[in-house]
Design a protein around this ligand. Structure first.
Ligand SMILES: *[C@@H]1O[C@H](CO)[C@@H](O)[C@H](O)[C@H]1NC(C)=O
Length: 371
């Protein structure tokens, strides 16, 4: 008798377990549990307060913000109501803990196999310095297809890329798009790799705290700098290393897309002339977005920071500086041998990339005309 009663209790127990188990499963299915679109991993970059490492001159400015951890399940937002910025974050989440992808991206009219390809020497230095990396030289035709594939879920981006009226605009936009989606290194086709990207970040800085490496293009310490340059300190965009989804790239892509579609609607896209390029897609826009990022309370805890970050924090720099998850290299690193603005020669240990300004689509003089 006892064993029958036991069996009955066991059966009841088994049935109720089964009931609750199936119930909770179906519950999880009906409310799609996904992470909210705000890249939670942005918060994972554990940056300390402002410190200057004497050994490597790394600077953390303002700790990275700690987002509150998500409380249990979150229902998925209707993607059609999300902003472009949030959809890009959802599609290309940023995780500072991942490795820098071993890609080198370059673009030109022709592939290195083409008879008219004239940058064989420069292009080879990237392969030589980076064994094991995937090195792609992407032509305009291939770029169109790649953007369509990568951004299929963000059609405004594809529309904006197609609408840009000048090759130089598309070339600028492409570098941000490929790095946002895939990460790695972008470098203009007319650059020589002097040293491996593995040396760009100092040994003492953990790779899982850095998501973006940039260089300085111009630091004109002279009263008439405005006659020659658009910004007092200008970051270069001929060479960039990034992890996919970096918020700076997300913001740059959002701005270019929205501005392009606004101008398309207004019918003013065709009026863009070479000297507007620097502000629209070029280094002026790039520089502005980076400075805004350094001062963005969404990413940096400004209460720990000693005042705003601006050009003063980067002028005359001879060593790398680290601001949050960004490494800023001195002018010598990406502009060695220009014989001005404190840049040292190409044989300096901090000289990493040499840029020739031949395959940039824009002559040097036009690149540096202010607004
Ligand atoms: C940036 O420069 C300002 C002065 O212009 C200074 O007060 C501030 O501490 C600097 N911040 C960092 C992180 O170096």
């Amino acid at each position: 008798m006892l064993s029958f009663r036991r069996a009955l209790v066991a059966a009841a127990f088994f049935i109720s377990v089964l009931f609750f188990a199936t119930r909770s499963t179906s519950g999880a299915v009906s409310s799609l549990a996904v992470q909210p679109p705000k890249a939670q991993s942005d918060s994972d970059s554990k940056q300390g307060s402002v410190t200057t490492g004497a050994s490597n001159n790394a600077v953390h400015a303002g700790g990275h913000r700690n987002w509150p951890s998500p409380q249990g399940q979150q229902t998925m937002q209707d993607p059609s109501k999300m902003t472009l910025y949030d959809r890009l974050a959802y599609q290309f989440p940023y995780d500072v803990e991942t490795k820098f992808p071993a890609y080198i991206w370059q673009t030109w009219r022709w592939t290195p196999a083409h008879a008219e390809f004239q940058f064989r020497e420069q292009e080879a230095t990237w392969t030589e310095q980076h064994p094991g990396f995937i090195h792609e030289v992407i032509t305009d035709q291939v770029a169109v297809h790649l953007i369509r594939l990568l951004y299929a879920s963000v059609p405004e981006v594809i529309e904006a890329y197609a609408a840009l009226p000048l090759a130089v605009l598309k070339a600028d936009f492409f570098r941000y798009l490929i790095l946002l989606a895939r990460g790695g290194i972008y470098s203009d086709i007319d650059t020589y790799a002097i040293r491996s990207a593995l040396d760009w970040i100092p040994e003492v800085v953990p790779r899982n705290t850095v998501g973006l490496v940039i260089g300085i293009e111009a630091d004109p310490d002279r009263p008439d700098w405005k006659d020659w340059y658009s910004r007092r300190v200008q970051f270069c965009q001929w060479t960039i290393q990034a992890k996919p989804g970096h918020p700076v790239l997300r913001e740059v892509v959002t701005r270019i897309t929205e501005e392009t579609l606004r101008r398309k609607k207004a019918g003013s896209l065709k009026n863009i002339i070479d000297k507007n390029v620097i502000e629209f897609t070029g280094p002026a826009l790039w520089t502005d977005v980076i400075f805004e990022y350094f001062n963005d309370p969404r990413y940096f805890d400004m209460s720990q920071s000693a005042g705003p970050i601006d050009w003063r924090n980067f002028t005359g720099m001879e060593n790398r500086r680290r601001i949050g998850d960004v490494i800023v290299l001195p002018i010598t690193s990406f502009s060695p041998g220009v014989q001005q603005m404190g840049a040292k020669d190409t044989d300096d240990p901090m000289a990493f990339v040499k840029h020739d300004f031949e395959g940039t689509w824009k002559p040097e003089s036009e690149r540096h005309i202010g607004e």
